[in-house]
Design a protein around this ligand. Structure first.
Ligand SMILES: *Cc1c(COP(=O)(O)O)cnc(C)c1O
Length: 472
């Protein structure tokens, strides 16, 4: 496909603005550019076709099945968008007089109430912009808590080896050192290793439950108790809340601080860079340290706050979408949502099992992991090849090579918004790929064959992206 600069024809124009009737103001010479910018010159219809063509090449939940493990690519109900687009929400300014934005304040307060109830927390901030940002803020609360008690030696955070990469990254950004806790044979926290790691230098534990393997840790109460007994706090990575909301609450499992990924569990659109929202909830003991007032001025009632972590109220319209989602589902709907997410994952796992058995063969939660290690040894076909072949079936590949403690991993999360026909079609795709591996394994190295580009240099594209047109 041609780039927009390659379509440019000198002198082509779309709509021309009428001449301004305001007096002309000259910019200072020093601020003026010396040469005119080289913008593409096109007609309106050509621009429209160009971007429509590009949009058709993007893959989204609207295009097909999107079982990207750990990302919860569920359907975003359109009523969320309609509410977020209401002028009373979309056109407000954070510096407007407070009495003109009471409705928006009510949205934030109501969202806090609903999400605290779902998670078992006492208070919540909506400032963090995403999950990783929430981790950073939650860990700041943890740090402040220990410092306030004079516990300055608590500098270690315990993190299981199956954790999302953002967990250790956030911990080290806050200045903690990370101790990895190995998984046991069921993919859960190894209790002996946990006990051995606990002492008075531990600030806390970061855990997601169900974990990235899609397995609910049955020892969770024992785990959080051990950490508390050692004087540490428990941090809940809420990225997997979609498996349990309405059934169990992190607050009741013994967690003191959590983040939510509204763009995962609460259906606000994601992929392609956001915006998301990673609100942080906490128990009463951490409330004094929550981020400062939303309006930018220092709130003297909260002298121990960790300060402001983002402008104003965070990504407010994301919160408005999430609240709409929660209220349209209601209490029963929320519970049913996570129930269906778990059912769909187990259904698909068992349909795929004859070809690609799960890495941990037990009832999963909202996602499951398969390993292509054996297949790769026998046929040379690995997780990457299978993922690429799935593209030819019109579906987005599962998450690849994560979690890190599973070799040749594919992590599948169908979500609750897929129907049985879609899951059956996906299982059929896996079955056909399995056949292809038996009959002609080498052909799989050429997949995908139906997409615009086949196998880009992914590392090169990530490390050295060319984002500017290279004029010759
Ligand atoms: C997605 C995810 C995160 C990070 O969330 P972002 O919103 O992408 O920053 C953290 N932990 C787990 C388990 C996740 O799946």
């Amino acid at each position: 496909m041609k780039l927009i600069f390659e379509r440019s024809v000198k002198g082509r124009r779309t709509f021309q603005m009428p001449a301004s009737t305001f007096p002309k103001r000259e910019l200072p010479e020093a601020l003026k550019r010396k040469t005119a910018p080289r913008l593409p010159e096109m007609s309106e219809v050509a621009i429209s076709r160009h971007y429509t063509k590009l949009a058709k090449q993007a893959f989204g939940v609207n295009s097909g099945f999107y079982p990207l493990g750990s990302c919860t690519m569920k359907w975003n109900p359109r009523i969320n968008e309609a509410v977020a687009a209401l002028p009373g929400f979309a056109r407000v300014h954070p510096l407007q007089p407070r009495d003109t934005v009471q409705g928006s304040h009510e949205v934030l307060n109501k969202a806090r109430e609903v999400l605290c109830e779902i998670t078992g927390m006492d208070d919540m901030t909506f400032q963090p912009a995403a999950g990783a940002h929430g981790e950073y803020v939650g860990l700041l609360l943890m740090k402040k808590y220990h410092e306030k008690r004079g516990d300055f030696q608590r500098t270690r955070v315990l993190i299981p080896d199956s954790a999302h990469g953002t967990n250790p990254a956030s911990a080290s950004m806050v200045g903690f050192t990370v101790t990895h806790i190995p998984s046991d044979e069921n993919g859960c926290v190894n209790l002996d290793a946990l006990k051995a790691a606990l002492d008075d230098t531990v600030a806390g534990l970061m855990l997601t439950n169900p974990n990235t393997m899609g397995i609910f840790d049955p020892n969770i109460l024992e785990i959080t108790r051990l950490v508390h007994e050692a004087g540490g706090l428990n941090y809940y990575d809420g990225a997997n809340l979609n498996a349990i909301m309405g059934w169990v609450r992190p607050g009741d499992m013994g967690f003191d601080v959590i983040h939510l990924n509204l763009h995962k569990t609460f259906s606000t659109p994601h992929g392609g860079g956001g915006p998301g929202a990673g609100p942080v909830g906490c128990k009463e003991i951490l409330r004094p340290y929550l981020p400062q007032s939303h309006m930018g001025e220092w709130d003297s009632r909260r002298p121990d706050s960790v300060g402001q972590v983002r402008a104003f109220f965070g990504n407010f319209l994301v919160v408005a979408r999430a609240l709409t989602y929660a209220l349209t589902l209601g209490k029963e709907g929320i519970t049913r949502t996570s129930g269906m997410a778990v059912l769909n994952a187990n259904y698909l796992m068992r349909k795929i099992e004859p070809y690609f058995p799960p890495y941990y063969n037990r009832i999963c939660m909202h996602e499951f992991v398969i390993s292509l290690e054996k297949v790769k040894k026998q046929s040379g076909v690995g997780a990457l090849d299978v993922a690429k072949c799935l593209l030819d079936y019109g579906m987005h590949p599962p998450t690849m090579y994560f979690p890190l403690n599973v070799p040749e991993a594919l992590m599948v999360e169908p979500t609750e918004t897929e129907n049985r026909e879609t899951l059956d079609e996906a299982a059929q795709a896996f079955a056909e790929i399995f056949e292809a591996i038996k009959n002609d394994p080498d052909s799989l190295h050429d997949c995908p064959k139906t997409t615009y580009i086949s196998r880009p240099d992914e590392v090169g594209a990530a490390r050295n992206p060319i984002v500017r047109y290279q004029f010759d």
